[in-house]
Design a binder for this molecule. Structure first.
Ligand SMILES: Cc1cc2nc3c(=O)[nH]c(=O)nc-3n(C[C@H](O)[C@H](O)[C@H](O)COP(=O)(O)O)c2cc1C
Ligand code: SF4
Ligand code: SF4
Length: 433
């Protein structure tokens, strides 16, 4: 079994799977059971400043998007930060950390954007012997209207300022949790780095309304006839999170800044993808809320098996795919493929035909007996037929060898890499050296 021991900004854990700051980490009972199940660490549900705790709605706080099999694809919530008293949370954090010294215990914090408020809470968290703090600059609802959460995370100058306050006032590593509700994720990440952050974590939830009840005409979840935007998470947000993680990993200003990857991690494979794109570890919320803590077993076993198969250490996986993320203009325009249908696997449903005929390039013909065949003269290799075909691997994309003639363009496939920057159709093309 591969060694999954993780060291993220000096915080050690037996595996790189942490539970994200959310209901699974809201109290001792949950965190204790999570650790017993095998989770490597937790980010404790966000604590607020001393004083009366926040108040949650008493009606439904979740909305959901299902797949056709009623599997949860996306979850929306209007929950706030912890609604339990600060002292109770701090006491429980200390007890659990004492009983599980080998697990990562990071405490998420969100207090008003004033230095005094941060200075007041940091020593109290230190006193619990937690391993680090995560600054919640992400929640898009409820707290942002009070000048916290994503209201801070959307202003890079505030991120830098608060991060610096924290670094100046604590010995604990500072992880800055970013909101995806922003145009360019590299800006807040760079600001966190300038402020001295040890790492960034992302993504927090995405602003969303999951559905509207067409009888009551109210957004869901509905509280006494009204609804409010909430934060979206779960498998549906993974592509957005992966892209944002990769942008931070490859941007010169933030390259090398440790990243904790969050957003839709449900299986070991999701985790491995985040790590390949630059995340040093991952955090999980929706998958645990949907399936319970036991999913950690699939995650650790699967990742370990994969690393063994690839003869790779955990640290070797981190960032491995980053060099292969590029901008569009650098993609190889001499790479030519065509769709190929495996007639033995085809169930003759006709979905590829409908998609290509109606919305793509009229490159699939129906022959007698409902035999579907690709017309190479028309196929632009868009991949749509592969995406809509219900039978896995029934349609594949086959590369044309250099020297072959592409029947669509009549041109010989060149062996050399060539991209848009030097293409003759590009008005801004630089002449090839
Ligand atoms: C019900 C709920 C409550 C959450 N509360 C917090 C919170 O208090 N602090 C925080 O930083 N993130 C909070 N989050 C966001 C998660 O930590 C995580 O960033 C997000 O759900 C994406 O991960 P996932 O796709 O694995 O769920 C919450 C998420 C949910 C679903
Ligand atoms: S790859 Fe695109 S163009 Fe080619 S057959 Fe499939 S859908 Fe049509
Ligand atoms: S979508 Fe797939 S299974 Fe259906 S007809 Fe096309 S190739 Fe066959």
């Amino acid at each position: 079994m591969a060694d999954l021991t993780s060291d993220f900004v000096g915080i050690k854990s037996p595996n790189p799977f942490w539970l994200a700051s959310a209901p699974p980490t809201d109290k001792e009972y949950n965190v204790r059971r999570a650790f017993e199940a095998g989770w490597g660490g937790v980010v404790w549900k966000t604590l607020g400043a001393e004083g009366p705790p926040v108040v949650n709605v008493n009606g439904p706080r979740y909305g959901v998007i299902y797949g056709a099999d009623r599997r949860v694809l996306g979850l929306n919530n209007i929950e706030l930060i912890t609604d339990r008293p600060l002292e109770v949370n701090l006491r429980e954090i200390k007890t659990v950390k004492r009983d599980f010294p080998d697990r990562a215990m990071v405490v998420s914090l969100m207090v008003p954007c004033e230095e005094a408020a941060w200075k007041a809470i940091l020593p109290r968290v230190e006193e619990t012997e937690a391993d680090g703090i995560e600054l919640n600059f992400g929640c898009p609802h409820g707290m942002s209207e009070r000048g916290m959460g994503s209201a801070v995370g959307q202003v890079p100058e505030y991120i830098e300022m608060v991060t610096r306050w924290c670094k100046e006032n604590t010995r604990m590593p500072v992880i800055v949790k970013l909101t995806p509700n922003i145009t360019d994720i590299r800006k807040p990440a760079a600001a966190a780095k300038r402020g001295g952050a040890d790492a960034v974590s992302l993504i927090n939830t995405i602003n969303s309304i999951t559905a509207v009840d067409l009888d009551t005409m109210a957004p869901e979840p509905t509280i006494d006839g009204k609804g409010s935007h909430g934060g979206y998470c779960g498998p549906a947000v993974k592509p957005i999170a992966l892209s944002m993680v990769s942008e931070i990993a490859r941007h010169p200003e933030t390259h090398g800044l440790p990243i904790s990857g969050i957003g839709g991690v449900t299986t070991w494979r999701d985790a491995a993808e985040f790590m390949a794109l630059g995340a040093g570890n991952v955090q999980v919320c929706t998958a645990a809320m949907t399936y319970g803590f036991k999913i950690i077993e699939e995650m650790t076993e699967g990742l370990s098996r994969y690393l063994d198969e690839k003869e790779m250490g955990l640290v070797d996986l981190v960032g491995r795919a980053v060099p292969n993320v590029t901008d569009w203009q650098y993609l190889n325009l001499n790479y030519v493929t065509k769709a190929r249908i495996d007639q033995d696997a085809c169930i003759k449903c006709g979905r590829c035909y409908a998609a290509c005929e109606d919305t793509s390039h009229q490159a699939i013909a129906i022959q007698p007996g409902r035999v579907f065949e690709v017309i190479d003269e028309e196929c632009v290799a868009c991949n749509l037929c592969v995406d809509v075909c219900p039978v896995e691997n029934c349609i594949t994309m086959e590369e044309l060898a250099p020297g072959a003639v592409d029947p669509r363009t009549g041109k010989v496939v060149e062996p050399d890499y060539a991209n848009w920057t030097t293409h003759p159709n590009n008005p801004a093309a630089q002449a090839a050296e």
